[in-house]
Ligand binder design. Sequence first.
Ligand SMILES: [Cu+2]
Length: 345
Amino acid sequence: MNAMIRSVMFVLMLLPALSRAEQREFNMSIDEVAIEIAPGFTNKVFAFNGQVPGPLIHVKEGDDVTVHVTNNTTLAHTMHWHGVNQTGSWKNDGVPAVTQPQIEPGETFTYKFKVDRPGSLWYHCHVNVWEHVATRGMWGPLIVDPKNPGAEEKKVTKEVIMMMSTWESPYANSYGKGGMPQDVSDYFSVNAKAFPFTQPVRVKKGDVVRFRMYGAGDETHEMHLHGHDQLFAFKDGYQLPMPYYIDTAPVGPGERYDTIVDMNNPGLFVFHDHVDRHMSNNGAMLGGPLTVIEYAEIQPEPWYAWKDKVYDPDFFYSESMKKGYGMFLNASFQGRVVEQGRRRK
Ligand SMILES: [Cu+2]
């Protein structure tokens, strides 16, 4: 009896600790690197911690987040936490000349806020967005787990983060240029790679996959999955009161579409952008944001395009999403350092 009372007391003592907001503190840098997006196409970027997409930040609703952002580049930036409402913390919203002075080269700025909303949020620069976000890779995922997950998301066995974006090859090597209304995007990507540099999504029959699709560039990507029903369950991080089935998600700039898919049809099925122009690499077919769902049950034929592909299981942050809370980098997203054009402060 005494032992039972003791264990009940222990659980009661633990309860406040379990519901307390955690403190999460991260260091981020912004670096000038070049990334290879498609065969023969390299783009200079402003990369968070040297990589595009930026590191995965995975936290829980209600956590207190502190991020120190150091600008190692030759131009000014800020960080906007897209989807965080900044309740009582508006000076951390990252809009230059409105909520803060821009972060000049060599400076560090510290953001402090409570994640006041769950869902597929993200972060991106808010200085010269048309260049820095649309063509220089200044974006990454901020995944906030809900305090009370819904029935659909509890079934998920694999997470897949897909950030679609656009590039302008005429300005690929010219920092400070590009992204204006008259400019035309000519490369398109998912997680900063265009086919054939993209990666497959490996599953097995019975998996339940949550696809978190982001519009990180400045065009709409009509993401069509073959062979499966996509249950459209979250829009911009908000749970839909009545989820419904779609086969094509129109992921526009800034938007997030989360779909939940039962992997019940073993085979090889493509998942691609249905905008024809996006399925080329500067006019060369086939390219752009295209992946293949590969079932473990299926032995690919000798003529399969990706038969000998070297597999990166974390290309969609699927492995990092299993590791709990924190900030996660992916070495295969790292760019190579470019020569600094100007002296740093
Ligand atoms: Cu910027």
